[in-house]
Ligand binder design. Structure first.
Ligand SMILES: Cc1ncc(COP(=O)(O)O)c(C=O)c1O
Length: 555
């Protein structure tokens, strides 16, 4: 019986959550007319959302039933030949039931690394095998036969064996079939994809036993064109499950159509992976064939006059994300706007690298080695209190020497196509607030030479960044303009890579000095700071750029 209000409590809470008998039936949702071209022909199509099982895939039910029926699995190693839904469900449910944590997946080495990592995320150990990716259960040299032999030799190991374990299909006979018929007694067609054949055999067995007129459609892969989960018909032929007496017909669907249809389903809110799209595509193809042959009305329900169809949604799309973009055309997805931003500004920004002006002033007055201990420890004393605490002006000679320290050590010459780098001026000898030697941060000013000449931080070096155009400066919203971000980023890269600046930065790094970047509003220097940090320089920017307002540092 379902628990009250869907609340699961106590020591068995999660096991109860995984127990279909303690849950409402999985949703059966009619697809929107947009996805049903036969709605006007009286065809109604419902998605059976097996994705709403707690492990979010069709194999949760067989995994639960197989484990329940092999109680010795509790204390033994569990092995299974599966890279997807089955072993994921076994791994999750074994832990839910018994706290078991030794489930091993035997997986083709052709699986993408994300699939292997998905297993590892759930604590399942992948064991890779080479050769053919999708192997036949009857192949004597294949993985399934090897595992069957393994468990005869090793008595501490159990192999549920989804391909020949009757509890695989019986799980669907016990739960999926009865749920569907109870939810939709007028079901005329049941359609699902076929992998091991568990879902189709079990569901069909129940539906046919209760409603023999119900038509069963199996959907297969096209040989050599795999949709993950289902198989191709040729391989399925040898399946030992009693499917042949229940399955009326089958169709094959190319993988590209499976992916596309599942994308459409997902976009309509029925979030489902490729095999679910394959089931719906196969169903629509079959209905199309029936309509063409004039056989649709024969299937219509006596009570409703309509043809009611159910197909299965078997898993979610997320772990196939890469394949959607390989299979489908770029024009099937919305384009990424401002794509140019993927080519620049990919480095980390960190708010701790933005100094507010009082912090910057404090830092410029102190040896950087003090600040290095903890970059967040810079005290935020107000600018005015710092001004009052200004040390006495140094001599003219020491001022000049320190003003030029950046260039004296690196024989500075102008970078190509930019204004000349300008060092600070002797006028600051009389108004000098900030001591500068090779223990205080180096200040690099990215503004134009004109702006620099008008005002700047004493001892700073002007590195004009041509990409900071007057228009951009006037606009004042660098990060609102993707092209401008790219231009500033590229310009900054070229600026920092130029031999003189690169040499200067190397020297700064060697001396353990920080670098404070200033600009018009703080945005460009934030980009520059990220770049400096990437290069191992302890860079900072100043909120607001460094100039302006009451917090301005420019003199
Ligand atoms: C995503 C997915 N869809 C469909 C199937 C087919 O189910 P069955 O094995 O019951 O035929 C599988 C089987 O693993 C699957 O993983």
């Amino acid at each position: 019986m379902a628990v009250s209000h869907n609340v699961f409590r106590g020591t068995n809470s999660v096991a109860d959550f995984f127990d279909p008998d303690k849950n409402p039936p999985l949703p059966l949702v009619e697809i929107p007319d947009r996805l049903n071209p036969y709605r006007r022909d009286g065809v109604r199509i419902y998605a059976k959302m097996l994705t709403h099982l707690p492990a979010q895939n069709v194999k949760s039910l067989p995994a639960l039933k197989m484990l329940r029926e092999i109680p010795e699995a509790r204390d033994n190693v569990i092995v299974e030949a599966s890279s997807g839904s089955t072993v994921l469900s076994l791994g999750i449910i074994a832990r839910v039931l018994w706290g078991h944590n030794n489930v091993n997946a035997y997986v083709t080495n052709k699986k993408p690394p994300e699939s292997l990592n998905l297993l590892r995320l759930f604590g399942i150990t992948p064991h890779l095998y080479g050769g053919l990716a999708q192997q036949e259960p009857t192949d004597e040299t294949g993985i399934m036969c090897r595992l069957r032999r393994l468990v005869t030799e090793r008595h501490d190991t159990v192999y549920p064996g989804q391909y020949d374990n009757a509890n695989n299909w019986k799980a669907h006979e016990q739960w999926t079939g009865p749920q569907i018929l109870k939810q939709l007694p007028e079901t005329n067609i049941f359609c699902t994809t076929v992998g091991t054949g568990g879902c189709i055999t079990g569901t069909a067995s129940y539906l046919k036993s209760q409603k023999p007129s119900c038509r069963i459609l199996g959907v297969f892969n096209v040989f050599g064109d795999a949709t993950p989960g289902p198989r191709h018909f040729q391989g399925f032929n040898t399946c030992g499950f009693p499917w042949a007496e229940h399955v009326d017909t089958f169709v094959e669907v190319p993988s590209v159509d499976s992916y596309r249809m599942s994308m459409h389903l997902s976009r309509e809110g029925l979030i489902a992976g490729p095999s679910s799209g394959q089931a719906l595509r196969g169903l629509l193809d079959y209905i199309g064939q029936l309509k063409k042959a004039g056989g649709l009305s024969q299937l219509a329900d006596e009570t409703t006059g309509e043809v009611s169809c159910v197909f299965t949604c078997s898993d979610l799309p997320y772990h196939y994300l890469g394949q959607y973009f390989q299979k489908l055309g770029a024009d099937e997805f919305p384009p990424i706007q401002n794509k140019i931003l993927l080519q620049c500004d990919q480095l980390r920004h960190d708010e701790r690298w933005i100094l507010d002006p009082p912090q910057a002033l404090e830092m410029l007055r102190r040896p950087t080695t003090l600040d290095k201990k903890n970059e967040t420890s810079i005290s935020s004393t107000s600018l005015s209190s710092n001004l009052e605490a200004t040390p006495p002006p140094p001599t003219l000679w020491s001022t000049l020497r320190s003003c030029l320290s950046g260039v004296l050590t690196t024989s500075f010459s102008p970078p190509a196509n930019r204004g000349p780098p300008t060092t600070c001026c002797p006028t600051h000898s009389t108004t000098l607030l900030l001591p500068a030697d090779n223990t205080t941060p180096l200040v690099l000013d990215l503004r134009s030479p004109q702006a620099f000449q008008t005002q700047h931080i004493p001892h700073s070096i002007n590195l004009p960044l041509a990409a900071l155009t007057p228009e951009l400066v006037a606009n004042g919203d660098l990060f609102g303009d993707a092209d401008a971000v790219h231009a500033v980023w590229s310009g900054m890269q070229a600026l920092f890579a130029g031999p003189q600046v690169a040499g200067l930065l190397e020297g700064v790094k060697r001396d353990g000095r920080a670098v404070v970047l200033v600009c018009y509003d703080g945005d460009a220097s934030r980009l520059g700071t990220a770049m400096l940090r990437e290069g191992g320089v302890e860079g900072f920017s100043v909120a607001g750029g460094g100039g302006g307002g009451g917090g301005g540092l420019f003199l």
